[in-house]
Design a protein around this ligand. Structure first.
Ligand SMILES: [Cu+2]
Length: 317
């Protein structure tokens, strides 16, 4: 009888979709603030990020983030199985309008949608001055990927102000700790802990907006517009490219090739539409050596408007 019950329950567990299976992981306690920059643009700023593990011990990783607000906003890194409680403060001077965070990719209940009651029929899920709002996310199994988060309420209660600078990146790493990459000419499983640098490039109209997550010194560095990126020859580097706004783009990096995740297609260019995103791993300078390797949007009008930068690979010697 016992065997029969076990067989039945094991079979049921195996039949559950991955997102419904039991998960364990860390809990991220995050506070972000939305502010107005001197330029008049809006931005998110990291106030506090603590990670609690299953045993209840807590690590404060706030020091890994830039102290100042940035565009794109702070890059939040989770692992499949983790949960997050993200509290947003409205710190936009001279405004009493609601501001929010709407996230893509991970799971959340309707009260963490980051929209106004006119859309979600539940509540105004936004922060007001002196009245923060907390969102709860679950990076369930099956949600690994690079995802955007952005405002959905400020200025326009249906659309929000992502195009004014209120956007950022969520990276959910797979629980396996490995991702596929084209390394030394072969498709291999790359250990995430071997990735030295992550470059996040948002393609907004005719400008790249960048952020580096440097895993060597555990720091995030805002790179602002059309940045120069740097890596040492042979370092494993992950790019995350995300579209924003109204334009369609073609991302191209000189001298390097990679695989489209989940396929064996080898690329050096891909299309990026609004909120479409791709990530890929390369070995800096593989087969081509050091150099100022150009990256750019391949839409000619965007190139002519300066949508480009350099990936500077420094010789390992
Ligand atoms: Cu473009």
């Amino acid at each position: 009888m016992l065997k029969k019950i076990c067989m039945t329950s094991c079979l049921m567990a195996a039949l559950l979709p991955v997102w419904a299976q039991a998960e364990t992981g860390n809990t991220h306690l995050i506070t972000l603030k939305a502010v107005k920059l001197d330029s008049g643009q809006l931005a998110y700023q990291m106030v506090s990020h603590k990670i609690q593990d299953d045993s209840g011990s807590e690590e404060d990783i706030t020091g890994r983030y830039a102290k100042e607000p940035s565009i794109p906003g702070p890059t939040i890194v989770m692992t499949e199985g983790d949960k997050a409680e993200v509290t947003l403060e409205q710190g936009i001077k001279d405004s009493d309008k609601p501001v929010s965070i709407h996230v893509h990719g991970v799971h959340y209940k309707i009260d963490s949608d980051g929209t106004m009651k006119m859309l979600n029929q539940v509540a105004d899920e936004a922060a007001f001055p002196g009245k923060p709002y907390t969102y709860k996310w679950t990076a369930a199994l099956g949600t690994a990927g690079t995802w955007p988060y952005h405002d959905h309420t400020f200025g326009n209660p249906k659309l929000g102000s992502e195009d004014k600078g209120l956007y950022g990146t969520l990276i959910v790493n797979p629980k396996s700790g490995q991702i596929p990459g084209l390394i030394d000419g072969e498709i291999k499983q790359v250990n995430l802990k071997d990735i030295k640098r992550e470059f996040i490039l948002w393609m907004h109209e005719t400008t790249f907006w960048g952020m580096e997550v440097n895993n060597i010194v555990n720091r995030q560095v805002p790179l602002w517009t059309n940045p120069s990126l740097g890596a040492r020859e042979g370092e494993l580097v992950r790019f995350h490219v995300i579209g924003l706004g109204t334009a369609f783009h073609t991302f191209h990096l000189h001298g390097h090739h990679w695989i489209q995740p989940g396929t064996t297609h080898i690329l050096d260019t891909f299309n990026v539409g609004p909120i479409q995103r791709e990530s890929f791993v390369i070995k800096a300078g593989e087969g081509v050596g050091p150099g100022h390797w150009h990256y750019h949007c391949h839409v000619l009008q965007h190139m002519q408007s300066g949508m480009m930068g350099a990936f500077m690979v420094i010789g390992s010697k």
